[in-house]
Design a protein around this ligand. Structure first.
Ligand code: MG
Length: 160
């Protein structure tokens, strides 16, 4: 029987005035927030897609459609929790997750530990198995111009 599965996820949302900035389930003070149908948490969306990829279950749009009014302004941790139920139902548990956030501003370093703690709890792993790091766009492209924030995630699943 296969012992491991791997999945990767990527997400990007535009920054807009009048929106909260929520990343990795953490409310982060900023003059703009990510625009989208749910809370637009690019970190948790990338993690959700990585989990769905690892179990071969398609993508976040197929399970939590942004055309479905039930998902409007929903906290994205709901998507992770519902996906984790699918992961467990298929006989897997998370080994570890690693996330990179691409953001020009605000500074995310003060918030990374809080994101890690939330991710660890949502995925049922120890804090050292949930890593979140941030990198800037160095002025290049849409991220560098602070037009949006993107996130990449990789997860490893092990047989439960
Ligand atoms: Mg998204």
């Amino acid at each position: 029987m296969t012992a491991f599965r791997i999945g990767q996820g990527y997400d990007i949302h535009p920054l807009a005035r009048g929106r909260r900035l929520v990343l990795g389930g953490v409310d982060i003070p900023h003059d703009r927030g990510l625009a989208g149908h749910s809370d637009a948490d690019a970190v948790l969306h990338a993690v959700t897609d990585a989990l769905l990829g690892a179990i071969g279950a398609g993508d976040i749009g197929g399970h939590f459609s942004d055309r479905d009014p039930r998902h409007r302004d929903r906290p994205s941790r709901d998507f992770v929790l519902e996906t984790m139920a699918m992961v467990r139902a298929r006989g897997w548990r998370v080994g570890n997750v690693d996330v990179t956030v691409h953001a020009e501003a605000p500074k995310l370093a003060p918030h990374l530990d809080a994101m890690r703690a939330i991710l660890a709890e949502l995925l049922g792993v120890a804090p050292d198995a949930a890593n979140v790091k941030a990198t800037r766009g160095e002025g290049l492209g849409a991220i560098g111009r602070a037009e949006g924030i993107a996130a990449q995630a990789v997860v490893l699943l092990e047989r439960a």
